[in-house]
Each structure stands twice: as C-alpha cells, then as structure tokens.
Design a protein around this ligand. Structure first.
Ligand code: ZN
Length: 381
C-alpha cells in the first residue's frame, strides 16, 4: 500500500511539474521584459508658469492640444526622472486620465484614437475621420470654423500620419496615403506642418497643384508668410536626431501665425509623433530625448497660455506604447533612468492628461479620449 501511495504522489508531482512548465516559461518571459538604462541625459529646465488663469471658469478663446503619440505614464516618468525630477507638463496642476479603447479593439491604433481626439467620436482601428460605417465625422477645425475660429496642426510624423490627418482627412483606412493628401485642399486647417518636402513632391501633380492653389507652401520657416491666410510648412525631415528644434520652434511659429489671423480664436494640435516610434523599437535613450523635445513644445504652449490668459493647454496621448515601466530597485542617479519594456506594441492602459488655463479642471478626471474633444468643442463652439 505504501508503495502504491508513494507511486501516486510521484506521479502527481510529475503531472504538476509538467503542468507548471509552460506556465513558468510564460511568466518569466513577461516579467523579464526588456531592460534598458540611459545615463548622461543633459538636463533641461522645466517651465513652471504662474497659475493666475489656471482653473478659471472664464472664456476659452484658444485651445492647444498636445498629443504625445504612445506617451504612457512610463514614458513621462522615464523623462521626469532622467531630467532631474522635472518636466513642464508635470508642473501643471490639473491632471487626469484618458481611456483610449476603440470601437473595434481594446487596444487602439493612432487612427482610431486620433479620430476620437479630433472629432469627439470613437471609431474602428485604421479609420481616419470616419465612423465605424465609413461615414465622415465632423472634426474640430470643421466644427469651429463657422464660429470664426481657425485651426492648425504640427507633427513630427508625416502629414498623412494618423494623428495630424485625423484633423483634415475622412478615409476608412489610414494606409490610403494618396487619398489622405487629396483631402487637404478641401480641409479647414489654416496651418499645417509635418513631414516632409520630399513626400509632398511624391504626390500626384493634381494633388500638389490643388494644395498650392489654396495654401502658401514653404520649405523654410524663414520664408515670408505675412498676409497668407493658409500655410503649409514642409521641412526636409522630421526624423529623430535630424530635425533639430523643429517641434518647439514650429509650435511657436504655428501659434504666432494662428494668433495673428483676423479670427475669434484658434485650435492647434501639436503631436510628438516619434515617442511612439522609438517606444516600438524599445529605445529608452531616444524615448527620453523625444519626451524632452515634446516637453519643450509643451513649454512653448504654456508660456503663450500664461501670457494670453484665455488659452487652454491640454497635454495627453493617443495610447501607450511599449508597456514602459521603471526598473524596480534601481538607484536613481541624476541624468539617468532604468526602465523595462513589456513589449513592442501598443497597450490598452489609460494615458495621463495634464491641463493648464481656463477650464483646466474640466479635464482633471477619468475620461474617454472622445470626451476630451467633446469638451474642447463645448468650449470653442
Ligand atoms: Zn504605434
């Protein structure tokens, strides 16, 4: 009997071992992730505005929405610690979260989330400015034009990239590049800047001449745009490490241009597009650099809002990328940070949101990405 019992336990132990093997393997894979360390990050001063206009209930004349593509809390925290525990975005006092799920997927892509931020309606992945059935959705620039307000977009992505294109295109697939460029002539944007001159020159000649008949197309920011009603600025490149201070400088250029129009206010979307791209590649050093570059654009927006008093600034993301978290137990030296990437794709976790200016408190809550646009529309229309 004893022999039978011990044989039974040996068998049972064997079964358990076999059953545990694949589970253990799966767990260790996920826990390990991909670790990365970055050191020697040049420190960048964060800008802390006065908060005189912050949270007031008064009129909102302008809205500047800054979208860090793929910017989850891990990306923000990586840049924050690598930069001596300071960022302009984290110095703001109204903070919330945005849920990014799309109608077709728990994990959104930039087209569906970009559309939610641009129109106030959720849609399916890949859809750009169209609902789940492919019908065009009215975007913020179209909705506020009748109220005498002008709009612009600035991005470190291509012009036809999902986030900027959500503000002018109405296509059922973000991959329809020629059609997306073809939507520009009829759109309501007064200022567009993104990549690149070369891409523009690759488009069909009818598309190019239709764009040129409505927009002043420039390739150098020092070109004279005084008196122009609509401008497209196409730099030679928007790539990481090649574009210099393009993002903060073009954010300033867009604000100056839009504020100088004879209008009743403006809406500007600024995208730090390459936070997503470098997080896909699990490159922590470039992630920190892209985050700090994006934070400079945030500073430009906040400085304008502080001076203006009637401008609302919102900083958020379309989704998280890379499942970025900080490495447990690593000592924290100035200019360095250690992080772990859980994967190479987008994740469905909600994203942080920071706001400054009148009505900033409206955004200090848990909300849907589409709610953010609904609230902007409510304030601007
Ligand atoms: Zn992505």
């Amino acid at each position: 009997m004893k022999k039978v019992v011990s044989a039974f336990f040996i068998l049972l132990a064997g079964i358990q071992l076999n059953a545990q093997e694949p589970i253990l393997a799966a767990v260790s894979k996920e826990v390990a992730g991909k670790e990365a360390l970055v050191t020697g990050v040049p420190q960048q001063a964060a800008y802390v505005p006065d908060f005189k206009c912050d949270g007031r209930s008064g009129k909102v004349r302008n809205v500047i929405l800054l979208i860090g593509d793929g910017m989850g809390l891990g990306a923000v925290a990586s840049a924050y610690f690598a930069n001596g525990e300071q960022l302009t975005m984290t110095s703001l006092r109204s903070m919330g979260y945005a849920c990014t799920q799309s109608l077709s997927s728990f994990t959104t892509d930039s087209a569906a989330s970009g559309t939610a931020y641009a129109t106030g309606s959720k849609t399916k992945n890949r859809h750009l400015g169209t609902d789940k059935d492919g019908k065009p959705l009215q975007n913020i620039p179209e909705a506020i034009a009748p109220a005498g307000k002008v709009s612009g977009v600035v991005s470190t992505d291509d012009v036809h990239g999902a986030t900027p294109a959500a503000y002018f295109a109405h296509q059922t697939d973000r991959k329809k590049v020629a059609e997306i460029w073809g939507d520009i002539p009829a759109c309501r944007l007064s200022f567009i800047s993104a990549g690149s001159r070369k891409l523009f020159e690759k488009q069909a000649s009818e598309t190019r001449s239709a764009i040129e008949s409505r927009y002043k197309v420039i390739y150098d920011p020092s070109q004279d745009i005084a008196g122009a009603e609509r401008v497209i600025y196409l730099p030679p490149t928007v790539k990481t490490g090649e574009r210099g201070n393009y993002l903060p400088e073009t954010t300033k250029m867009a604000i100056d241009f839009l504020a100088a129009q004879k209008s009743k206010g403006f809406f500007l979307m600024v995208e730090g597009a390459r936070i997503d791209k470098v997080a896909h590649a699990n490159k922590l050093d470039e992630l920190v650099n892209e985050m700090l570059d994006f934070d400079k654009a945030v500073e430009v927006a906040v400085r304008f809002a502080e001076k203006d008093g009637h401008t609302l600034v919102i900083v958020t993301a379309d989704h998280e990328t890379g499942g970025v978290t900080l490495k447990s137990g690593s000592s924290h030296e100035p200019g360095s940070v250690a992080a772990v990437f859980a994967g190479r794709g987008h994740t469905p976790i909600f994203v942080p949101l920071f706001a400054y200016g009148p009505h900033s408190r409206d955004f200090a809550c848990m909300q849907q990405n589409s709610d953010v646009a609904q609230k902007i529309l409510g304030l601007l229309k």
